[in-house]
Design a protein around this ligand. Structure first.
Ligand code: IYR
Length: 227
């Protein structure tokens, strides 16, 4: 298509306007549902249904992205052998992080969460979803082409995914071992992809505890302003 031609268009079929009462109810219900989400670090090992995960991934894939390039890939890991290799590699990085690499200020910021270098959830949780950002695309001829707004796009898709998993009754943890280049090899992903988040997915362990700090969210007047 040349840039002077108009692109193909179609009716906005999916959009639904609704009465204001319904808008209010739904906005409130959505908030009430999302605010139940907590980041979970203790997982039960029970497996989760594959079709639930597939629908959550499809939901993530509906996210808006720069030029609709959808510069993401989700590697879903259930193989215990791969999970234990990921745990071993991640814990090695985390030990370096917690015992010297992280500046004092960063460790102080993390203290209320009680995190440390031990990551048993990487083996205990039934699924790890490694989210890759495609820094650039590769066309059918093997040539590189630019991707636009990659971090923004992948961040939005990740938000959709976390929200969908939560809505389906699953708990998550956004884990970010750093550096995490080892995940390309373990997941068999190409060099144009960069792992950005390792999303831990499953059911919370019975009696699971979460840090109070994580549940304290900034009030509306702090996170927003009207002009
Ligand atoms: N990646 C480390 C450190 C860590 C960093 C942030 I920022 C957190 O919100 C939580 C943890 C770890 O996973 O322990």
């Amino acid at each position: 298509m040349s840039t002077t031609q108009q692109p193909a268009m179609e009716p906005l079929n999916g959009y639904q306007e609704m009465p204001q009462d319904q808008m209010r109810d739904r906005a409130l219900a959505h908030y009430e549902q999302l605010r139940r989400r907590r980041t979970v670090r203790d997982y039960d090992s029970r497996p989760v249904p594959r079709e639930v995960i597939e629908h959550c991934l499809l939901a993530a894939g509906t996210a808006p992205s720069g030029a609709n390039q959808q510069p993401w890939h989700f590697a879903v890991i259930s193989d215990p052998a791969i999970k234990s290799r990921i745990r071993a590699e991640a814990e090695e990085e985390e030990r370096a992080f917690y015992s010297g690499r992280a500046p004092e200020e960063w460790l102080r910021a993390l203290a209320p969460l009680g995190t440390d270098a031990s990551k048993p959830f990487l083996e205990e949780a039934p699924l790890l979803i490694c989210i890759f950002a495609q820094k650039y695309g590769i066309d059918a001829q093997g040539e590189r082409f630019s991707h636009y707004y990659v971090p923004e796009s992948v961040g939005i898709a990740t938000g959709f995914l976390i929200s969908a998993l939560h809505d389906a009754g699953l708990a998550t943890l956004t884990h970010t071992p750093s550096p995490m280049g080892f995940l390309n090899k373990l997941c068999g992903r190409p060099d144009n992809e960069k792992p950005v988040i390792l999303l831990v997915v499953g059911y919370p362990k019975p009696g699971c505890q979460v840090p109070v700090h994580g549940g304290i969210k900034k009030p509306l007047e702090v996170i927003s302003s009207w002009l």
